[in-house]
Design a protein around this ligand. Structure first.
Ligand code: GMT
Length: 375
């Protein structure tokens, strides 16, 4: 092919790492001249303004009185096939297996296997939780087998995929990446919009689902407050937001916590922070910790999963045991009370995030994969 391939991207458009990665990937491809078509239920969070080469196709899943559940998967497949035929899409790149890879499979059957290829990127809970539900297991395995290429965001997730689903096909590891022009140290920002001048700022940003282990965030923070004058900034929305407020009240730190809800300037919050906590029960990667490091803000991240593939414990950030609060509190207090250690870890984190996980190096991995799939 002597032109750049046309890429269709499908993801969950709301808050969540897989949607962030898919959106940033699409934006980066578009800036390099690729035509990118987002086929999603609504405009993904990070695509709110016009960008050249980006097209958005909204999937409208119509309900009908006889349906108990709206068949979104079918509406998505229909839209994928239409967009593929109308715009000459070469690759449908779907993020999160269920149901996106199923829709892509159907769309490919509709337009012909030679007309379009399917790349599936597995992000985390599509394998570690959802895909293992009996109702989705066989379908997830089938879709992994049938995609033209499969990627995972960490070696941990690739190994889990092979272990759980017993698949023998090639799975390529392409890690999460960070746009370092956006996520960068910002000494120009006024931190007093978040906390008093003498308070350290601790941040947690997530979708507040049980896997994020919110209780460890708030309990760990309460223990940190015994040693450090600090404020906890909670970014995002989700089912365990109420739990966070209840634990804060029980721990007597309600007045030290601010809930920001969803924000569209996460990069500024992370850059103003002194520390980011992500003690999830598991994380296939843990994108927000990488984004934090790129802002020059060290992170304490769960050791369960793939974070150890970018966190060098004690060197560029810290790993913790999500079941042991002391492994969160001890490094946090050390970092927030020892300026020399803090600067060293922050500098190392910034260097590693940009050098190893900056957009240019990781994007190249995806474009090379596209070329191989189409060859
Ligand atoms: O958070 C999830 O459970 C699903 C997913 C998402 O859509 O937000 O997040 C996963 O994908 C991110 C991007 O690849 C990873 O950085 C997260 O670690 C991963 N979450 C989990 O594994 C829990």
């Amino acid at each position: 092919m002597n032109r750049l391939p046309v890429i269709g991207i499908t993801c969950y458009p709301t808050q969540g790492g897989s949607g962030v990665v898919a959106s940033e990937l699409g934006l980066s491809l578009a800036r390099r001249g690729y035509e990118v078509h987002f086929i999603t239920s609504s405009l993904p969070l990070r695509l709110k303004h016009y960008e050249q080469n980006i097209f958005f196709h909204q999937v409208e899943a119509v309900s009908y009185p006889v349906f108990q559940h709206t068949p979104y998967t079918l509406a998505l497949a229909t839209k994928m096939s239409e967009v593929t035929e109308e715009y000459g899409v070469d690759i449908l790149h779907v993020h999160y297996a269920i149901p996106h890879a199923a829709s892509a499979f159907l769309a490919q059957e509709m337009v012909g296997r030679d007309a379009v290829k399917v790349v599936t990127t597995l992000h985390g809970t599509d394998i570690t939780l959802v895909g293992q539900e009996p109702g989705y297991f066989a379908m997830t395995r089938f879709l992994i087998e049938r995609s033209d290429a499969v990627t995972t965001v960490s070696t941990f997730l690739r190994d889990e995929t092979v272990r759980v689903f017993g698949v023998s096909r090639h799975i390529e590891v392409i890690p999460n990446f960070v746009e370092s022009r956006r996520f960068r140290p910002r000494h120009d920002l006024d931190r007093t919009c978040l906390a008093a001048a003498d308070e350290k700022i601790v941040v947690h940003a997530s979708n507040f689902r049980p896997v994020k282990n919110i209780s460890a965030v708030v309990r760990g923070f309460a223990r940190i407050c015994e040693h450090v004058n600090a404020r906890l900034i909670l970014v995002g929305e989700g089912p365990d937001r109420r739990l966070a407020a209840d634990i804060a009240a029980a721990e007597g730190v309600s007045d030290r916590i601010r809930f920001l809800g969803q924000v569209d300037n996460l990069e500024e919050i992370l850059a103003m922070a002194d520390l980011t906590l992500l003690p999830s029960l598991h994380e296939s990667f843990g994108l927000v910790a990488l984004e934090s490091m790129a802002c020059g803000t060290p992170a304490i991240v769960t050791a369960n999963g793939g974070a150890g593939e970018f966190v060098e414990h004690g060197v560029n950030s810290f790993l913790c045991d999500p079941a042991d609060i002391e492994t969160i509190v001890a490094p946090a207090v050390k970092l927030l009370t020892d300026q020399d250690l803090y600067s060293q870890v922050a500098d190392n984190g910034l260097r590693d995030a940009v050098a190893r996980f900056g957009t240019p190096c990781v994007l190249k991995r995806y474009t090379e994969l596209y070329d191989r799939v189409l060859a």
